[in-house]
Design a protein around this ligand. Structure first.
Ligand code: BES
Ligand code: MN
Ligand code: MN
Length: 462
């Protein structure tokens, strides 16, 4: 297995070139203008899985975007690893803030990535991280180092809620049978302190609509005499947090699991500089729920955030108008045990109840999913621990992340298997933001670490 370092060194340029080619296809799942590109990306992934040596590679049609499925079954008595990833990406906007076009990948050096990083939408989330698995597979097959069976399931709707994947998983339990699910779609603390993600937050995403008068009105003739939906919406949203930044929806915290002092103390041991954090975001202070640290606020605590708000006149100059309607998109990040349908319902009931007379409100649920925690005493976690320790020379720290991959909880429910989250991105890689990038070091280190996971997983399973 020491040949992996050599294999990566010898094929490094090709690995980078192939990823760059994949990043050129703008597979934005949220925007139907890119639908052909999304489908083309599935085809490109299929071709690469064939080249990597998978025996069966297929494009599985769904009611939405296709799922690329592949497998190499070498022995039914050996364990099976199911690799999940996504080939769709977030919309690139605001495009004017990119220092190079989002779908024309370029390598640039940064303070954190002195060896260079690939700048492109999807570089880290998740094309780059998904492609590490394709290249690790290529290495294992070409050099006779594949120790078990492998299945790949790469979807194209992760960034829009994985609707078709749920449909697919429910219908293909037998086909997807596995002993462990392996995903690289999260991050780690830093390049000198690897970590393995042991938790993801759940999500409830809703859109709200506040309607006042039946048409936009002159704000002089009617102002002060009728409810202004934008004023009302702002007030309603402001009331969703109290003075301690706790969420005011009745019942919201009922099922939130409080961590023990020991667990909180263990979490606090992970290296973290509040000064560097503030500096990296150009903030003079952090903000959040009273009584919790920054790392707790963004991982083990639930949140409610407005993701977008609109209504009224936003063009050049001034227009005196009371809009008929105001809107907002709101996400609630949930922690294990909070049930997302229940939270969506609590939100809806509360939001409707705080609307003053003079307006009507509608709450439209979008999508959601359950949070997840991986036990660190499992074979899968132990294998990941050994793999990182071997490739980085440093033992990884278990860390609960604030992000969500809602499909992970569904995998556990439908396929009855645990997911191991071996992420290689960094928080500073700007996923979902302008100038997303993925370190060359991280990309190659990921390719090196993955085969070690397979090796240890198979050994520990014996
Ligand atoms: N890869 C991310 C999730 C992630 C990133 C988890 C970093 C942990 C660390 C994923 O693609 C994502 O963006 N998920 C969405 C949820 C989805 C339902 C749109 C999210 O977290 O907003
Ligand atoms: Mn992702
Ligand atoms: Mn994402």
């Amino acid at each position: 297995m020491n040949d992996i370092k050599k294999y990566v060194q010898e094929n490094k340029q090709r690995f980078i070139d192939e990823l760059i080619e994949l990043l050129k296809i703008p597979s934005v799942s949220a925007d139907s203008a890119y639908s052909q590109d999304v489908v083309d990306t599935a085809d490109a992934v299929k071709m690469r899985l064939e080249e990597a040596g998978c025996d069966l590679v297929e494009i599985c049609e769904t009611p939405g975007y296709p799922i690329v499925y592949a497998e190499k079954m070498i022995d039914p008595n050996l364990p099976t690893v199911l690799v999940y990833g996504h080939y769709d990406v977030q919309p690139p906007d605001p495009i004017e803030l990119w220092t190079s076009p989002p779908f024309e990948p370029v390598i640039k050096k940064t303070d954190i990535h002195p060896e260079g990083a690939i700048f492109a939408r999807g570089a880290c989330d998740d094309k780059g991280q998904m492609y590490m698995h394709v290249k690790a597979m290529e290495f294992m097959v070409k050099t006779n180092n594949l120790p078990c069976n492998v299945k790949f399931m790469i979807e194209g709707e992760e960034e829009v809620g994985s609707t078709s994947l749920s449909w697919f998983v429910e219908r293909n339990q037998e086909k997807l049978k596995n002993d462990v699910i392996l995903i690289s779609d999260t991050g780690m603390i830093s390049n000198t302190q690897p970590s393995v993600t042991t938790g993801l937050r759940g999500l409830s995403y809703v859109e709200v609509e506040v309607t006042g008068p039946n048409r936009d009105l002159h704000s002089g003739l009617y102002g002060g005499a009728v409810a202004n939906p934008i004023n009302i919406l702002a007030k309603m949203i402001a009331s969703l947090h109290d003075e301690n930044n706790r969420i005011t929806i009745p019942g919201f915290y009922d099922k939130v699991e409080d961590l023990s002092d020991d667990e909180r103390a263990a979490m606090a041991k992970a290296p973290f500089s509040l000064e560097a954090y503030k500096k990296s975001l150009n903030l003079n202070d952090v903000y959040g729920e009273k009584g919790y640290t920054t790392n707790e606020r963004n991982s083990i605590r639930p949140t409610l955030d407005v993701n977008g708000i609109w209504g009224g006149y936003q063009g050049e100059g001034a227009k005196t108008v009371i809009a008929s309607q105001a809107f907002a998109k709101i996400s609630m990040r949930l922690v294990p045990n909070q049930e997302w349908h229940e939270i969506t319902e609590l939100f809806t009931k509360h939001f409707e109840s705080i609307a003053p007379s003079g307006v009507t409100v509608k709450v439209k649920p979008h999508h959601g999913g359950q949070g997840y925690v991986t036990p660190i005493d499992s074979i899968g976690y132990q294998a990941a621990d050994k793999a990182y320790t071997e490739s980085f020379g440093i033992k990884p720290i278990p860390v609960r992340s604030g992000g969500s991959i809602p499909i992970v909880a569904l995998f556990e429910k439908e396929l009855k298997s645990k997911t191991i989250l071996m992420g290689f991105g960094l928080d500073s890689d700007a996923i979902h933001s302008p100038n997303e990038h993925f370190g060359i070091f991280n990309y190659l280190k990921g390719i090196e670490t993955i085969p070690l996971f397979y090796k240890h997983f198979v050994e520990l399973s014996k």
